[in-house]
Design a binder for this molecule. Sequence first.
Ligand SMILES: [Zn+2]
Ligand SMILES: [Zn+2]
Length: 403
Amino acid sequence: MKSFLITFKPLTESPERGWDLNDFQNTVQRHNLGKQRVVRWRFRNRHASYGDRVFLLLQGKKGPAILGCGTIATPLGKQAKPKEQSILFDALTDPEREVLANRADLLAIKGGESVWRTQASGIEIPAPVAAMLESLVVGKSPKAVNSALSSNSDWTRDELILVLNLYLKNPASPPRKGSKEVLSLSRTLNRLRTKLFGPESRAGTFRNESNVYMKLMNFRRFDPHFRSEGKKGLSKDVKADEEVWEEFAGDAKRCQRVADAIVKSLDDPGVDSVWLDAGIDESFQTAPEGRLLTRSHLIRERSRKLVERKRNQVMKRDGKLICEVCRFDFAIHYGDHGKGFIECHHTQPLVTLPEGHKTHLDDLALVCSNCHRMIHRRKQWLSVAELAERVRKEARFRKSSVR
Ligand SMILES: [Zn+2]
Ligand SMILES: [Zn+2]
């Protein structure tokens, strides 16, 4: 029995001969669910035959690593295509999550260096190296890929909106990995990350061109023009992609407006990384437009000076401060202690916020703390009028059910 090496390189690193990572991940998933045991693989070696051992090598930046092992399942004397073999895998892993043997394992195998550098799929592995590989992978559980390698996880909504915006400009032919659009977006995403989470939040390769390009292509799976099978059982990361797709893909103009507003907020010194999301408690949901614009909204409506001016203006005009939704009056309910207190809600759409840095007093509505939280409770924030309507409806309903 001989042993052979077959190879996988992500499409993002090898546009001609690579394999789309998502496709491969789907294959891994089908395999692990028992739905597809045999996978056909490019294989250039006429000396391989039924029952020979096969190891799958991950090439490229995240390699070398072993992603799978199995045996050749093409029946003797029968080969569908001359440069292809059917492989029956006994283990197959998703390189974003785990591997059977990592770089350190492979580099420790004596005589292996030249094997791991191979470009072709189907080279024979020298027997001593193959024996070491067997002992590394057979009967062992896969190893988790450490987080430094997965610089491609945890995409925020803000980032996804920016990537989708680029995708929507030309879905038929998105910019290539080395294009200036992808490079420029990669830089923007790094600035955004710093703004959202502080400078220490980034790994060296964070959102590099490969990551950005891959995410760009990820959106294709939702695009009806390109959609193929394999949408089931998507990972959490993919669900976030899908949500953003569903909210924005149908309206490219809105996506553009929101993306522009996010990029503009990057230059707004008022929306600083010092002001972290600690201020957004659980009753304040991040808006569909993402974290940065949510933060920008909350900063504006919590500006002491501004709120003070608004309260003074209304006090002068009406002689009292009452909630525009439920008419709650802090001064009446709490007496002296509540006098002069009320919160402000910024009523303008999030995308218009970064335009001018000035907030007009007319853009603020007076609301009690309860109503303010109810406005922001779900991702689709309610308007003051919408919440007031709900309050009225509930009150009418209570009245009629009492009788
Ligand atoms: Zn209220
Ligand atoms: Zn508000």
